[in-house]
Design a protein around this ligand. Structure first.
Ligand code: PGA
Length: 246
């Protein structure tokens, strides 16, 4: 399986930030892994144009479960695809917290993504309190069961394990803790979708930096990363991309 370096720009970036994209593409004409950036929706079309002919793919950060209708401010999966997106991040913990997204809603969004031929990147992860209470595997198992779409395959589903307490904090789980969760997720995916589970990319996310990427990517069942802050600068994200060749 080809590994995936995915960047999540969150609510950061205007057209001026496309200079970073040009720098990234220029520095990595033939990256050792798949390379994806998910900018704010306002930049998807421009970024897709900038990335045309390069190895960089572009994705969204959310979509609505419906295909169209009276949903002010929302975007459908088909609209993201039309703008040039190939992927969409769904159920990020910031959306679960800021917008009260439930597993059932994330699942319906992921099904909408698949119907629009987008690859769904479904995010799950425990809070610090849940980890301290020894509930990590129970929580992420429940989130996985409840969030993955019907019809999921290795080609259309990516899972991102992102401990909530590791996002934007500079803190990460130990390599053993990451390994425990990723092995658990692989086995759970097997129970849910059978042999397709072997090819589903399971990304780690939460304070991935050029300085810790190599050791995190060496953990079994870590098939890439979902990167927030460090994806905003071409040099940092490029170093993480390069680390995926190791
Ligand atoms: P971070 O964010 O890399 O800034 O910790 C990761 C994410 O939220 O996807």
């Amino acid at each position: 399986m080809r590994k995936l370096a995915a960047g999540n720009w969150k609510m950061n970036g205007t057209s001026a930030a496309l200079a970073e994209v040009k720098a990234l593409i220029g520095a990595h004409p033939a990256p050792p892994c798949e390379m994806l950036l998910c900018p704010p929706a306002t930049l998807i079309a421009q970024m897709a144009r900038t990335a045309k002919g390069s190895a960089l793919m572009v994705g969204g950060q959310d979509c609505h479960p419906k295909t169209s209708g009276a949903h002010t401010g929302d975007l459908s999966a088909a609209m993201l695809a039309d703008a040039g997106a190939t992927h969409v991040i769904l159920g990020h913990s910031e959306r679960r917290t800021d917008h009260g997204e439930t597993d059932a809603l994330v699942k319906s969004k992921a099904e909408a993504a698949l119907a629009a031929n987008l690859i769904a990147i479904v995010c799950i992860g425990e809070t610090e309190g849940q980890r301290d209470a020894g509930q990590t595997l129970a929580v992420i198992g429940r989130q996985l069961d409840g969030s993955i779409p019907a019809g999921a395959t290795a080609a259309n589903l990516v899972i991102a394990y992102e401990p909530v307490w590791a996002i934007g904090t500079g803190r990460t789980p130990t390599l053993a803790e990451i390994g425990e969760v990723h092995a658990f997720l692989r086995a759970r995916l097997h129970a849910l979708i059978g042999a397709e589970a072997d090819g589903v990319r399971i990304l780690y996310g939460g304070s991935v930096k050029p300085t810790n990427a190599v050791e995190i990517f060496a953990v079994p069942h870590v098939d890439g990363a979902l990167v927030g802050g460090a994806s905003l600068k071409a040099a940092d994200f490029g170093a993480i991309v390069a680390a995926l060749s190791v």
